[in-house]
Design a protein around this ligand. Structure first.
Ligand code: FES
Length: 574
């Protein structure tokens, strides 16, 4: 049912023929805006994470221009506004510390302004979850436009992938297999166009989650940023958001439990980033959908990995788009998806993907002959992770997924960096590396250090993988037999804090177990000597974050942000 334009939220600002209405319109008109734009048409906010400090999003001004074209074309009134931009490669100590802060910026910017619908421009890893979380808290009609991946990296005749090849090249340098000059040479070859990481890392995973959740248009995930069709998609999103306002198609009508179930399954099929777990849990918490860590295992358990993309495989997002992209993966999943789920197109999943074809079966595999049999996220539990820990089987070494060995413990990231390459470090290839105090509170901010590089003396033996356990996250571009998000984290007093060198640990991925072979009595004794770490800055946002951040199994949101609160029109400002 179309909404009467007098009901639009923006008219509380632009509608009145009085002093307040004069103020709201007059200052806006200094931008050259004609009076008819204030006549009750849908006002569309374009939330832009453009920043030169976020290179993955540096082309977003152009993307925004194309969204505006679509909005104008459908009789809407587009207004672009900035949001805190989180650039993965530059921000310290980690962008994840600021995901919740950026989400607050987005939420309050939407609620405080005369907006009827919102287009979110997202790209680099945290810019997607932070904007969706903020928008979910307001629940206006919302559509996401991802900025698109970079073109394939090209180095000495080979395709190279963002992140994934940084890790492999740097290990080659440390193992003496690659010269430093060659390593430096690869820099420009890897990032050679606009766009975000072009592996199936976190940015591509989250763009895929946007499409799978139904909050972005079909093909949103994979069109390269440099491809003109990316701008067509932005244009079409601009058109569609105006219709969505008229249809009152709010975010909560799209972001249902069904949407999350679809997304979890799609994440398995694409071998998606482990970071999707924590981000989707947080988004679900904001919109009021009951999603838990257990759902990730139960829903994703039977899902094979269908795409041969780095870091699990060999191709890149550009190849994925040409092969058929995410619509083809969703087609392969068939009735494992809720095909009747209604998306931002106003159509169902089934309607959105009808007639799609695969153009390269070496990139997208059929469901009954998958690329890898285990694509989901394994959720592990045991006395080392009472509230869960996760592992990505498709990125792990099969032989290490059942493993019992002694722990080599690093108390925090500084301890790890100081000792990992020490020739006297007591470590064998069969050992399990344990890293503490890198969870949500510990670092602070839950950094991507869980795929800690192997000790140099191990690499020089030709070993390429070891079991690693931490309370940290891992870059979506990384790989290895890596247990992540161990909850509760060490800094919150989780059992991880009590592990000591030489303790025996058993990892059993098939049995979903992670056990520390130390008695309860001994652990209780060790706990008496444990003290929590403090934040490096005991002020401002650091302190707020430290005091309120939830654990990984709850999405690491701030406790007071959980739950949808809507966008009622606030009282007048003057
Ligand atoms: Fe921005 Fe990878 S650094 S997406």
């Amino acid at each position: 049912m179309a909404k009467d334009k007098k009901e639009l939220r923006s008219q509380a600002w632009f509608g009145p023929a009085d002093r307040d209405g004069f103020v709201h319109r007059s200052w806006m008109r200094n931008q050259g805006l004609p009076s008819h734009l204030f006549d009750g048409r849908p006002v569309i906010g374009i939330c832009n994470t453009w920043s030169e400090l976020t290179p993955c999003n540096a082309h977003f001004r152009k993307v925004a221009e194309h969204v505006k074209r679509g909005v104008y074309e459908m009789g809407g009134f587009p207004l672009e506004f900035p949001a805190m931009s989180l650039g993965e490669t530059l921000m310290r100590p980690t962008t994840m510390l600021f995901r919740n802060l950026a989400s607050m910026d987005v939420e309050e910017s939407i609620r405080a302004n005369p907006l009827d619908g919102v287009v979110l421009l997202t790209g680099c890893d945290k810019t997607t979850p932070s904007l969706v979380m903020g928008a979910a808290s307001c629940d206006l009609p919302t559509i996401v436009v991802s900025g698109g991946p970079m073109l394939n990296g090209k180095y000495r005749g080979e395709d190279i992938g963002s992140g994934t090849n940084v890790w492999s090249f740097s290990e080659d340098v440390r193992a003496g297999k690659m010269s430093l000059a060659a390593f430096m040479d690869a820099e420009a070859c890897m990032s050679r166009s606009v766009g975000h990481c072009m592996t199936m890392g976190t940015a591509s995973t989250m763009a895929s989650m946007v499409e799978a959740l139904g909050i972005g248009l079909p093909t949103n995930a994979a069109i390269p940023a440099a491809d003109s069709r990316r701008y067509v998609l932005a244009h079409m999103a601009g058109q569609r958001i105006v219709e969505m306002v008229k249809e009152d198609l709010k975010l909560s009508k799209v972001l249902t439990r069904q949407a999350f179930e679809n997304a979890v399954r799609v994440n398995g099929a694409i071998g998606g980033s482990t970071n999707a777990v924590v981000h989707l849990l947080a988004i679900a918490g904001r919109i009021g959908v009951d999603l838990s860590l257990v759902d990730w295992d139960t829903l994703g358990k039977e899902i094979p990995c269908l795409v041969n993309l780095m870091p699990s495989g060999k191709y890149l997002m550009e190849d994925f788009y040409y092969a058929g992209g995410l619509p083809m993966v969703m087609q392969e999943l068939g009735d494992l998806l809720h095909r009747d789920h209604v998306t931002v197109t106003g159509k169902t999943v089934a309607e959105n993907i009808e007639g799609v074809e695969c153009f390269d079966r070496d990139v997208i595999f059929p469901f009954d002959k998958p690329f890898k049999s285990e694509g989901g996220i394994a959720v592990l539990r045991g006395n080392l992770a009472p509230d869960g820990a996760i592992l990505k089987p498709s990125a792990a070494t099969p032989e290490l997924m059942q493993h019992r060995a002694r722990a080599v413990v690093f108390e925090d990231i500084d301890d790890y960096k100081a000792r990992v390459d020490d020739p006297d470090l007591d470590v064998e290839p069969n050992d399990i590396l344990v890293l503490k105090n890198c969870g949500p509170r510990g670092y602070p901010g839950f950094p991507e250090v869980g795929n800690m590089a192997l000790p140099e003396k191990i690499l020089k033996q030709g070993v390429t993988d070891m079991v690693r356990i931490s309370d940290a996250r891992m870059s979506g571009t990384a790989y290895g037999t890596v247990v992540l998000h161990t909850s509760p984290e060490a800094a919150a007093g989780g059992p991880l804090a009590l592990v000591r060198n030489g303790d025996m640990i058993e990892l059993d991925v098939a049995g979903r177990r992670l056990n520390l072979e130390v008695s309860d009595e001994e652990l209780a004794e060790r706990r008496k000597g444990w003290t929590p770490v403090k934040p490096p800055l005991e002020r401002g946002y650091y302190q707020l974050y430290y005091d309120h951040v939830l654990q990984a199994d709850k999405g690491a949101d701030l406790d007071f942000l959980v739950g949808k609160s809507g966008a009622p029109v606030p009282r007048e400002s003057h």
